[in-house]
Ligand binder design. Structure first.
Ligand SMILES: [Zn+2]
Length: 287
């Protein structure tokens, strides 16, 4: 599933026109095509999409794992979920509107400038919202990991205000936005924290290390254009630099012990038992 670095990579490509597409900012909507009605999460009535016609795309940004398309008067949010991706096409006479649509395409925006933005999604879990303000959908998200207001002290307070296992907490988008399975496993390894550690028992030093690890891992992921792994290939190669994710049985790069896979909060979790020792909790303590 695309996480923060993958979504950031896609947003950057949409803005810059990278990877063969055209830059989308400044273009004006000619028409909308909804090919799989359930892709539209909000509003219920798909005819509402017509409101986008003649609106200019003024900004593209990322918030958590959402792509936010700010038009003149309305906002479209896209969540890629398991397998969503965005393509951008130049339309020409030989490459008409119908010529660009492929089997798994769910939603297309045609711009007057002969450009099409296509949302493709093999597994159909991806969703689109048409709203007046992005906050209607993203308002409950936790802070962005790179938010300068998110200091080590603030992060420590956040961790200590919950009594939850650290891995599921980091993946909870209302706690911090953008992390999924890959980057959570990698961050916890880098910080030397066992994924089942209780969040309120993480020390000040470890909290600081964890915040730094999260930023380092995400920064590296963005630098490498994300990971190309269990979703449609976008040319990212961070998967070559994984230290624990999907390395079960391979030697830890630090200590040589085999990387283990366990379930934490129903999610496959990769860690080094030596570098990330399991905390010992009093069994009689009330959970
Ligand atoms: Zn190790």
């Amino acid at each position: 599933m695309p996480e923060l670095p993958e979504v950031e990579t896609i947003v950057n490509a949409m803005k810059s026109g990278g990877r063969g597409g055209s830059p989308l900012i400044g273009l004006t909507v000619q028409d909308i095509l909804l090919l799989w009605p359930r892709t539209l999460a909000e509003p219920e009535d798909e005819s509402a999409l017509k409101i986008l016609k003649n609106q200019k795309l003024v900004e593209i940004r990322r918030r958590g794992k959402f792509i936010v398309l700010q038009f003149s008067d309305d906002v479209v949010l896209i969540h890629l979920r398991m397998s969503g991706d965005i393509r951008v096409h130049q339309i020409s006479s030989t490459n008409s509107i119908h010529g660009i649509v492929e089997k798994h395409d769910r939603f297309v925006i045609y711009f007057k400038e002969q450009v099409a933005m296509v949302f493709q999604d093999t597994r159909k879990f991806g969703r689109i919202w048409l709203v007046k303000t992005a906050d209607q959908i993203t308002g409950k998200l936790g802070p962005e990991p790179f938010d300068s207001n998110l200091s080590a002290d603030v992060f420590l307070t956040m961790l200590h205000s919950y009594h939850r296992q650290i891995k599921p907490l980091l993946m909870d988008q209302t706690f911090i936005a953008g992390l999924g399975n890959i980057y959570t496993d990698e961050s916890l390894f880098l910080a030397g924290i066992h994924p089942r550690t209780n969040s309120n028992e993480i020390s000040q030093g470890k909290a600081k290390a964890l915040l730094k690890s999260i930023r380092d891992v995400l920064g590296e992921g963005i630098h490498r254009n994300g990971s190309s792994i269990d979703w449609i290939y976008r040319g990212g190669d961070f998967q070559k630099y994984f230290k624990v994710y999907q390395r079960t049985g391979d030697a830890c790069f630090i200590c040589g012990q085999p990387i283990q896979r366990i379930l934490v909060g129903q999610r496959g979790t990769h860690f080094c038992p030596q570098c990330q020792p399991e905390p010992v909790y009093d069994e009689n303590r009330k959970e």
